[in-house]
Design a protein around this ligand. Structure first.
Ligand code: PGA
Length: 247
């Protein structure tokens, strides 16, 4: 049965590619191959630097960022505010990604503040949650996710529609590893997240998504996917788009 609900395909380019020229090339390749989509919101989150240039290149692709700070402006060396992103024409911002939790020691409190300020500027936060391999082995996945979901739960009163706040289930061990959870296991987590945060909030799956496995996650009730590695190859990314549209 077709799910009439909106679907999301969010690309996280991470710290790639190395120049504006290469970013423009990849973006144009994707844009050229992209058929107009009816039910799928295609979002690309490039490094901050490339956003202004890419913004001028497509009306089919929405732009997002991979992080933002919690203040609007001020003495915060090296940071980018949600207000700046909004002014650049970004609509989405990925927050709480496991690489930020791991390498930049972002805590639940920090993520909660970032989500709050992003919402206040009218950005849609895509909040990432996910367990480590250790936690998974100890069967502590739901306990970990329960804690991580507090960033979302403490900010629910600031949104007017459920699609103003998106969750992404990204098991840490699946990111960039080629390993993925069994679709039914991930589906159980999608239900768990929806039960905690609210049935109507979009919940995405992320972690080694490819054209081979995307359908199985959609069939388990996910409203879309967050894609890292596969979003850097225009052919593969376009295949994923087509599958989401047809599923
Ligand atoms: P991956 O990354 O698709 O390369 O596993 C996903 C992510 O980190 O969001």
């Amino acid at each position: 049965m077709k799910n009439p609900k909106k679907r999301y395909l969010i690309a996280n380019w991470k710290m790639n590619p190395a120049s504006t020229r290469d970013a423009e090339k990849l973006f144009n390749e994707i844009e050229e191959k992209l058929k107009s989509t009816k039910n799928t919101e295609i979002v690309i989150c490039p490094p901050f630097l490339y956003i202004p240039r890419l913004k001028t290149l497509s009306s089919k692709i929405t732009l997002g960022a991979q992080n933002s700070f919690w203040e609007k402006e001020g003495p915060y060396t090296g940071e980018i505010s949600p207000l700046m992103l909004k002014n650049l024409g970004c609509l989405y911002v990925i927050l709480g990604h496991s690489e930020r939790r791991r390498y930049f020691k972002e805590t639940e409190k920090i993520i909660e503040k970032k989500v709050n300020s992003a919402l206040k500027e009218g950005l849609i936060p895509v909040i990432c949650v996910g367990e480590t391999n250790d936690e998974r082995k100890k069967q502590e996945t739901k306990k970990t996710l329960g804690k991580q979901l507090s960033a979302a739960l403490k900010n629910l009163q600031f949104i007017s529609s459920p699609s103003d706040l998106i969750l992404a289930y990204e098991p840490r061990w699946a990111i960039g590893s080629g390993e993925t959870p069994k679709p039914a296991e991930a589906g159980e987590i999608a239900k768990f997240i929806k039960k905690k945060v609210g049935e109507e909030h979009p919940v995405l799956y992320g972690g080694s998504v490819s054209s081979q496995n995307v359908s199985s996650y959609l069939r388990e009730g996910f409203n879309g996917v967050l894609v890292g590695g596969a979003s850097l190859e225009s052919e593969e990314f376009t295949r994923i788009t087509q599958i989401i549209e047809e599923e």
